[in-house]
Design a protein. Structure first.
Length: 264
């Protein structure tokens, strides 16, 4: 994710509508964060609601885990079931037309769950602590995501990754994905990470070696446009932030629940 643009959950989500939204798993960037006419939702209660939504528990290794019986897991299961049906239908249609179908996945909180980091930092971001956390390459999978990647591959759909993680974090990302069972197309031709020092030519409108000025939407949409320029039809695009999904270049988009932070 593009961390400098990130807003801590306690700031971004307190001003939405309150606890009821978190049971649906949709209280993120699609909600207004500019309402200053009402007292914001109480932070202490909000954190409790987030814990309830994830079924947060501290395991024997001192790691905060989401529960497979949580509302979060149930929401993911519904999204995954619908996505599999759509991928199957789109793949059959694409192959019949001799097209090359593809799917695109974000990584942070789409494939790899960062709940332990969020919980231990009280939903605030620090670039150094985040870099250390990513380097550990020990995040658990988002429920159902490894299976969804494998399902797409089994249907003859090309799998790509479009992440705001830095190019310098590639090794850690690959190692972590392999640990959770995501071992499909983890090469540099399929996994696009943010390389501010050497941005690709297809982002030249907003990024140069001298300055990276791409918004998250510009970066992610520009990358999807590049993938489609290679001859692929992106039939599905998955992300936990609306900024992962906006900007076009995907037939369908799937917003995964994440009430812990907002990336514009």
């Amino acid at each position: 994710m593009h961390k400098p643009l990130r807003i801590a959950a306690v700031a971004a989500t307190c001003v939405v509508a309150g606890a009821a939204l978190y049971g649906t798993g949709v209280a993120t960037a699609g909600q207004s964060t500019a309402n200053s006419t009402h007292e914001p939702y109480n932070i202490g209660l909000l954190v409790k609601d987030i814990d309830t939504y994830y079924g947060t528990t501290l395991d024997s290794n001192g790691v905060y885990q989401a529960s497979p019986d949580s509302q979060y897991a149930k929401d993911l299961a519904r999204i995954d079931a619908a996505a599999k049906k759509d991928i199957d239908k789109a793949a059959r249609k694409a192959h019949h037309r001799h097209q090359k179908p593809a799917v695109v996945f974000d990584i942070d909180d789409t494939l790899l769950l960062s709940l332990d980091y969020e919980r231990k930092t009280n939903y605030t971001y620090n670039s150094a602590s985040w870099a250390t956390y990513v380097a550990q390459a020990n995040r658990p999978a988002v429920f159902g995501s490894p299976e969804l990647v494998a399902y797409a591959e089994s249907k003859g759909v090309e799998v790509f990754y479009n992440s705001g993680l830095k190019e310098s974090q590639r090794v850690s990302a690959v190692d972590n994905l392999k640990k959770v069972g995501v071992d499909v197309n983890l090469d540099s031709e399929h996994m696009f990470l943010k390389d501010a020092a050497n941005p690709p030519a297809y982002l030249s409108d907003c990024a140069t070696a001298a300055a990276w000025n791409c918004t998250t939407v510009q970066y992610k949409a520009g990358t999807r446009e590049h993938i489609e320029s290679l001859g692929y039809d992106i039939v599905a695009n998955f992300g936990d932030q609306y900024s992962d999904l906006e900007g076009g270049y995907a037939d369908k988009t799937y917003k995964l629940p994440n009430p812990t932070y907002f990336v514009s």
